[in-house]
Design a binder for this molecule. Sequence first.
Ligand SMILES: Nc1ncnc2c1ncn2[C@@H]1O[C@H](COP(=O)(O)OP(=O)(O)OP(=O)(O)O)[C@@H](O)[C@H]1O
Ligand SMILES: O=c1ccn([C@@H]2O[C@H](COP(=O)(O)O)[C@@H](O)[C@H]2O)c(=O)[nH]1
Length: 248
Amino acid sequence: MTLPRFKRILLKLSGEVLMGKSSFGIDPETVARVAGEIAAAKEAGHDLCLVVGGGNIFRGLAGVAQGIDRTTGDYMGMLATVMNALAVQAALEKIGVETRVQSAIPMASVCEPYIRRRAVRHMEKGRIVIFAAGTGNPFFTTDTASALRAAEMGCDALFKGTSVDGVYDADPKKVPTARRYDSLTFDRVLADNLKVMDASAVALCRDSDIPIVVFNIRGEHNLASVLEGKGRATIVSNVAEPALSVVE
Ligand SMILES: Nc1ncnc2c1ncn2[C@@H]1O[C@H](COP(=O)(O)OP(=O)(O)OP(=O)(O)O)[C@@H](O)[C@H]1O
Ligand SMILES: O=c1ccn([C@@H]2O[C@H](COP(=O)(O)O)[C@@H](O)[C@H]2O)c(=O)[nH]1
């Protein structure tokens, strides 16, 4: 399928992807590889901002399973995303890309607080803004933060770089016979309760008319391919049902 080409993009980087082949934490080689691909996307003329997940370090619900109350667990998860954001910033700056980290939870000694107009200005100056600490609120995820920031920053699309190559009719990690969609509507994702992204994120993108492109960022050069419009991905948009297709 040929994907549309987008200029201003919010790239959501899954925390899990940053751990590379390990089962926890940050793998420097993977972060460096992803940073190189982000730098190349910028070189190719895209305006980029990033939201980084925290699943490689801590998720609120995992805390709940260990007896930590949900809100505390969620704040721990948000702090995990700050660590990831700093790791991505360091890797980007090492290869000469100017960046700023803005956190939804103010931490003045570590990074800037999230100020929308300031973030817009950074982007106008060609910097990559990395949004950390999700939305700053418990009971949300970085998917919702991505949809929110994409809308606030006037992005043309939200690219979800994750560990699956698109949206399936069931979780492909649990159902081996699941079939992948080439394209589908926001309404279908919500009606079928497809779990690749939170319902709140999907609803926000639907209402702001921001397409979501789900692709596997674990594969080398996949980011470049989907940005060029030819990679393997699923596009979720408001386009009517006839455009919906299952490719395999
Ligand atoms: N219908 C579906 N299609 C595709 N993937 C699905 C579907 N339902 C569930 N998933 C799961 O969604 C996961 C991707 O989303 P998830 O929110 O878990 O990760 P992430 O946000 O990318 O990462 P992190 O939380 O580590 O930052 C995949 O690993 C996949 O197993
Ligand atoms: O707005 C937000 C964003 C995140 N959290 C918590 O952080 C972790 C990690 O984020 P992922 O999106 O799963 O990568 C998440 O599990 C939440 O516990 C949050 O509370 N609010």
